[in-house]
Design a protein around this ligand. Sequence first.
Ligand code: ADP
Ligand code: MG
Length: 197
Amino acid sequence: MTDMGLEERPTVLEGTESYRARRPSIAGSEVPQQPFPILLSGAVQRGFGRGGKDLGCPTANLPDESITPMSSVTEPGVYYGYAQVSREKDGQVVLSEEEGKVLPMVMSLGWNPFYKNERMSAEIHIMHPFSNDFYGHNMKVIILGYIRPELDYVSREALIEDIETDKRVALKSLERPAYARYQSDPFFQGDVAQPRL
Ligand code: ADP
Ligand code: MG
């Protein structure tokens, strides 16, 4: 397995600096458009340890097979929506009520270095301070919109700054009623592990 650093990821956008300077504060139209919403579910796995926590932005990984519903989306980049982590693991309730709620998230969709960049992987940052890791917990995700392409970073500071912007954009975008209503979607109710069709 080759560990691909941020510096070596493929660039998809030219003029990164000018793009970063004029990023809009809200993303997507008033109502989610095709192919959204996309529903994912699976047990949280260990990732590549590419420094999510070091950047102040831990990202939870779903198993490969659970990202199949994303196959209509092949553009690497940052997406937003809602996520819910199961409070239980191995029959024990380990997360607080607050941590088990439906919470806003930002998702990075990128090429998976483990599969020589022929498959994609999705990493999800939930906008909530969890008191512990939740590896092995079931996680449900509804993806509602696209924020931006994957950028080529000149510095760690620039990357951290963009992640902060992504979180603001996601929260603002999710405030719109046609998006906010997914927070109470039946997909998130109960203990059904699989997305309804
Ligand atoms: P890995 O490479 O294993 O994905 P990260 O540094 O990205 O490591 O940390 C991800 C893990 O951190 C998640 O799997 C989860 O257990 C935990 N975690 C804690 N808080 C969060 C959060 N707010 N969003 C996502 N994951 C979180
Ligand atoms: Mg991660």
